[in-house]
Design a protein around this ligand. Sequence first.
Ligand code: PLP
Length: 446
Amino acid sequence: MSGQESHVLSGEMHRQYISIERSEGIYLYDQDGRRIIDASGGPIMASLGHGLDEMADALRDQAKKCVFAFRWDFTTPILEEASAKVCEVTGGAMDKVFFVSGGSEATEIAFKLARKYHLDNGEPSRFGVISRWMGFHGFTSGALSMTGFPGRRADFIPYLRDFGHIAPAYCYRCWYNLKPETCDLECAQALEHEILCQGPQNVSAFIAEPISGMALCAACPRQDYFQKIRQICDKYGVLLILDEVMTGFGRTGKWMAYEHFGVVPDIVALGKGLGGGYFPVGAVACTARVAETIASGSGVFGVGHTWMGNPLASAVVVKAIEYLRRHNLIQRSAEMGEYLIQRLKELRSHPTVGDIRGKGLMIGLEFVKDQETKEILDPGLKYYSQVALEALKQGMFLEAGGGCERGRGGDMLMFGPPFIVTRDQIDEMVAILDKVLSVVEKRIGF
Ligand code: PLP
């Protein structure tokens, strides 16, 4: 916006934000009609593509029937349908669903659900939630306490309650200086050390993203990492919460990213693509064991938000699942992701491209000063921001961030376009990034 005072409180208060007037497919259009490729689907969120009439119709039709029925006192047919459908796409692994308004609320509810399970299971001393450094679980205080993304925690540390963070599964810069081909999964073993030091009787849950979000831009663990994590959790009676807010609902080429790793969590947190990008909705789903333990104990899960289980959100979830299925978009996310990563690998000729990683349409790039030593670029350059701004200038939005090197620096960006993206559109995105990197590398003296 320019030329008039804005009353919007912005994250970057001195930035001139582009005003988006409409969106369609993988494109956003600004007030002057300029086209911007939404190469990250917002913050890795818009999965179906923008501007679908049938999503708007689903909202309008539900709005005509019922926009609100307080969940504490009522249910609705559409909420029942949405809950059943979410369980269905987990292949029945999850049995009950609690809908909220976004990802942070989902992770907040997830750890409270774990706590409630232990209370009703006769283990009231279990309360701690172990998480990982370089994980992100949201900005509300409970979620931020579990978050291990130093840059996002820094200003709010006095409000946070920490239950212990372990090292991330970050093979490109292994914190143990090991190689995935020969290591003993020390990063997973760290969970056992942490549980033992805290006392298993005090630990309620372990939470992690199956594939890292913005803090490590699509870093994937070794294939057997989560199996080891699952074994450790089971050994000590600790619940496994997987935060699939970014990875869930097809983003990685499967309904749930945990399917890549042959494990099933006790609790899963969902958001972003759950509503296809059409409504603020999140959810927590849990196994029958978790739900039945609470049901046969106190029979009460006494948490709530005014907008929980909202009918409009439910209608969008039902429609999004139906749309994903009808257009075979989960498979498409896997296939287009393969093509995207293969095309992006051609950019390794750029001296700053360090690592290219991810699954499905969640592909991260990490930049370096030196490809051999993996030395990071001078954090003062804000290379990630320069790349993102130059890309925007050239008509492409990319979500970029810094701090992968223990919060001290390290530049990354993430591709996460809608699943409808075509090969030609991917070619265009890669060509723009190629040009952008040439411009920015030259600018900083490569
Ligand atoms: N968990 C993960 C893995 C995320 O990536 C995010 C958001 O980026 C959240 C939780 C928080 O979700 P929301 O921004 O909808 O509150």
